[in-house]
Every structure is written in C-alpha cells, then in structure tokens.
Design a protein around this ligand. Sequence first.
Ligand SMILES: NC(=O)c1ccc[n+]([C@@H]2O[C@H](COP(=O)([O-])OP(=O)(O)OC[C@H]3O[C@@H](n4cnc5c(N)ncnc54)[C@H](OP(=O)(O)O)[C@@H]3O)[C@@H](O)[C@H]2O)c1
Length: 251
Amino acid sequence: MVLQDKNILITGASSGIGFEISKQLAGKGCNLAFLNRRTEITDKFTNEHSTRKNKIISLKCDVSRREEVLSAVTQVKNIFGKIDIAILNSGISKRFKVENFDSDFIRQTFEVNVLGMSYCIEALLPDFIKLKSGMIVGISSLADGRGFPKSGSYCASKAAVTLLLESLRIELKKHNIKVITVKPGFVKTPMTDKNEFQMPFLMKVDKAAEIILKGIEKEKRTIQFPAPTVFGARLLKIIPDFIFDKIAERT
Ligand SMILES: NC(=O)c1ccc[n+]([C@@H]2O[C@H](COP(=O)([O-])OP(=O)(O)OC[C@H]3O[C@@H](n4cnc5c(N)ncnc54)[C@H](OP(=O)(O)O)[C@@H]3O)[C@@H](O)[C@H]2O)c1
C-alpha cells in the first residue's frame, strides 16, 4: 500500500512511538488526524507540519471514553471525507508489586489498551464495511505471550489486544478490510523510561516507527521486532511453566 495522500487516524500521537510514526507519515505527505489527551503537543505538531496540500488535525480525546471516541472519529470523517488507515496506538503500562494489588490498575489498563482500541474499531467499522476498504493497525506487544511479574495487567491487556485483532483479521477479510497487529519489543519512549529493570535489545523509537511503517506498506499480518526479542518471546511461550517461573523470578 502506498501511504502518500492517505487519510490516517492515529491515537496517542503525543508521545513515543505514535509521535515518531506521525513525524515520518507527515514526511510522506499523508493527511493525519491525531486523537489523544495532550493536544498542546499535537497542536504544535499540526502547526509545524501542515501544508496547503496535506491536512493535519489534532483532536482532544480520551480513548477510554466511548462517547469521546465516537464523536472524534465522526469529526475526522467529516473533515477528511473518509479514513483509510487507523493506527490504534494509545496505551498505558502500570507496574505494581503484588502486595499493592489493586483492581483499579487492571481496570485503568484495560480501559485504555483494550476498550480504547475497541471503541475506535466500533466507530470505524460501519464505514469500512460499507466502502469495502480500510486498514486497522493495532499496537500490541511482544509481552502478550506470558504474564511477567509486576506487569500482569499490561501483559493481560496486550494478550487481549492480540487475540481481538487476530479474530477481526480473519472475519474482516471478506469485507476487504486489513487488520495488522504490531508487536514491538522494548522501544525507548517515555513509557519504558520509567522501567527500573534492564531492557534487552532496547530499540530507538525512529527505527521502530520505520519498521512499523514498512510493515504497513507491505500489508503484513503481524509486524514484530526486534528479531532477538521475537525469538526470545517465542521460546518463553513454548517452554514448560516451571522453567518460565524460574527465569521470570530471576529477572
Ligand atoms: N515502548 C515500548 O517498549 C513498547 C513496547 C511494546 C508495545 N508498546 C505499545 O506502543 C504504544 C505506544 O507506547 P509508547 O511507548 O510510545 O508510550 P508513550 O510514550 O507513553 O505514549 C503513549 C501514548 O498513548 C496515549 N494515551 C495514553 N492514555 C490515553 C488515553 N486515555 N486516551 C488517549 N490517548 C492515550 C498518550 O497520549 P496522551 O497522554 O496525550 O493522551 C501517548 O501519546 C502503546 O500501546 C504501548 O503499549 C510500547
């Protein structure tokens, strides 16, 4: 797929991977619509990167609020005419010790990572199905295959995202709608800057965005990187639980 001139909606464009993807897409001459809460950042981006030919808009939207998402997506459709690609990237990660277990952490994580993405899909699908075209790119994680200590809510939310996207990919094929699952390893962003542990094969954010956009252009089903972390995640998934427990306890 050629990305130039496409109308692309991006959630979470105010930071990290979403911000970098937006920068690279602006360079390719796409029309962009940003949905996130910190519009002071995406408004500035809009002012700096809009040209007479390419529209860039920034809308304040908390993706965990269904009504805000439905209204923002309608506004984007009204301005652009239609949406070609939605990059559903907004996400949060809350690490906590089991002694501080609080179901509210789980609720908040699922509200953004899983329901936030679902509200966007709900808002997009009727038009995509009617037009028999469209692409949904959902950002999951290589942390979707195992429950890592202190990251239970994040891993569980990303496992839910991966399986949701997989089932949609198969069902939506008959409507000519593409669904792509993105599973990054560690990428240097404000999200990972908070991590107190060593992150193997930590990738620069510009490189990660480049890989994601190349994968979208190639219309890959799954975009996962970097290779050593993909291999490691696969291995962790197939080893017996008692070995996984020992490795996870130590790290
Ligand atoms: N960095 C990594 O190593 C890594 C690895 C695998 C997967 N991922 C996934 O990649 C995605 C981006 O992560 P990142 O590392 O770039 O994190 P980040 O720098 O913290 O950015 C997160 C983005 O999500 C948006 N967001 C958070 N809560 C939101 C809400 N309620 N409504 C709307 N937008 C919201 C934020 O925008 P506002 O605060 O302005 O709303 C921000 O733009 C996430 O889904 C993350 O799980 C990251």
